[in-house]
Design a protein around this ligand. Structure first.
Ligand SMILES: NCCCC[C@H](N)C(=O)NCC(=O)O
Length: 430
């Protein structure tokens, strides 16, 4: 990948801003189901399995589509694919908001999911386009995209407070607001496509084949540490996304007796903390040159918080802080660590596979949690019905912690990480 003259810093950051606004709408829509879960149950008679399915159906097709999406981004470029996927997300969000029945809503979430995950890949590719070469701030650019995405999740959780009037009218107006966010995302994507035309025509962006395509035979070259991290990725994301983005608000309403707005706010602070803390933790790890211990600490906080939630009536702020730190620390460390465990030419394959398995895990966890809640009759009248779901999430996150400890022990000790710093992509691959 080479380009004659790099685009100006102003142009590069303008592009990041537009892509970030696009990502904001994407994350808002993803998290729009949690706040209406209880309303969907009360007003439309949806079961927990159906609510879980509305988010599972986002993830499951992406077990394949993430790979196809990566190839399409390579083939057609990040700007066009951002615009195309943002449009698909808008169609999905409209279908979700205006469908007369569950099947239409599920079809909407399916389309939205197919668009949203490929948009995530296109966003990373946009950052790589504009920040390449020695001394570039690609990590900061990617962390900024992630941080603005978290702001979208925060806004979705705050929406019962910010748009109380809409929620008072029922399940539909909040989903129409989500569709408006998707439209904003589409507009930002169109502006990015337009802003990119100049530098691209001037040959200022990398043009040769990306190194990020998925190559099956690369899998043979990944060391044990990579596979352990992949397991951690699937277990940790399955719990955090199925819990925080689907069931936690309803759980807070039914088990901890919060009203909808307070439950949404309590959930939202996790995302708000992540807006600032994700880039800050990334910076800290880079500075210390240590990754695995931070990752293990982040992975420990999740089962700890779930145990406190399930077994005590301690102040919910405690668990919010614990999950907030975990949600900031683990992604801030995991993706840079991936780039240290595999060589640069295999990074696309490495991350592609992690997203494939992650989507399978998140989809599966949503379905299992919904099924467990329905089987036990979980509701405000029967809060103990949520015990099975909490046990499931607790077990999965504890297994995730075991993977993080194994990673630290086998490839993340100080001497391993020092070696990796001088020979990136190889030293810690054992
Ligand atoms: N939009 C919420 C799901 C994002 C899943 C995506 N595959 C991913 O891992 N993104 C990185 C992150 O930490 O959000």
């Amino acid at each position: 990948m080479s380009a004659a003259v790099a685009p100006s810093a102003a142009r590069a950051w303008l592009v990041i801003l537009l892509v970030a606004v696009s990502g904001y709408g994407n994350y808002y829509c993803y998290d729009a189901i949690g706040p209406v879960a209880d309303l969907l149950q009360q007003q439309r008679g949806f079961s927990d399995a159906q609510i879980g399915l509305l988010n599972a159906i986002y993830s499951l097709p992406n077990v394949v589509m993430v790979l196809v999406g990566g190839l399409l981004v390579d083939r057609f470029g990040a700007p066009l694919m951002t615009l195309a996927t943002a449009t698909l997300c808008l169609v999905g969000a409209l279908l979700t908001a205006f469908s007369p029945d569950f099947y239409g809503m599920a079809a909407g979430r399916l389309l939205f999911g197919i668009g949203a995950e490929t948009m995530g890949i296109a966003s990373l590719a946009a950052a790589a386009d504009y920040f390449h070469g020695p001394g570039s701030r690609v990590a900061l650019a990617m962390a900024s995209l992630l941080a603005i995405g978290r702001l979208g999740s925060y806004s979705a959780d705050m929406s019962p407070t910010w748009f109380a009037g809409a929620y008072a009218q029922g399940w539909q107006p909040p989903l129409v607001i989500a569709a408006v966010m998707a439209a904003t995302s589409c507009l930002a994507a169109a502006l990015y496509w337009w802003a990119d035309r100049g530098p691209r025509r001037a040959g200022q962006l990398p043009t040769s084949q990306r190194a990020e395509a998925f190559v099956w035979r690369d899998l043979l070259h990944f060391g044990r540490a990579y596979w352990v991290m992949l397991l951690l990725c699937v277990l940790w994301y399955a719990v955090i996304l199925a819990f925080r983005s689907t069931f936690s608000i309803k759980y807070f309403q039914h088990v901890h007796e919060l009203d909808l707005a307070t439950a949404g706010e309590m959930n939202s602070y996790v995302f708000l903390a992540a807006v600032v803390a994700t880039p800050a933790f990334g910076w800290l790890c880079d500075r210390q040159g240590r990754y695995a211990p931070f990752l293990a600490f982040g992975a420990l906080l999740l089962p700890l918080a779930l145990a406190i939630l399930a077994l005590t009536h301690w102040n919910l702020w405690i668990t919010t802080v614990l999950i907030g730190v975990s949600y900031s620390l683990v992604p801030a460390v995991m993706w840079p660590l991936a780039s240290r465990l595999v060589s640069a030419q295999r990074l696309g394959t490495a991350i592609g596979l992690m997203w494939v398995v992650q989507n399978a895990g998140v989809g599966g966890a949503n379905l299992v949690a919904g099924w467990l809640n329905d089987r036990a009759g979980a509701s405000a009248a029967n809060p103990a019905g949520y015990d099975g779901m909490m046990l499931f999430f607790g077990t999965a996150s504890t297994l995730g912690l075991a993977c993080a400890l194994a990673l630290w022990w086998t490839a993340g000790r100080r001497h391993h990480e020092l070696r990796a710093a001088t020979s990136p992509g190889h030293a810690a691959a054992g």
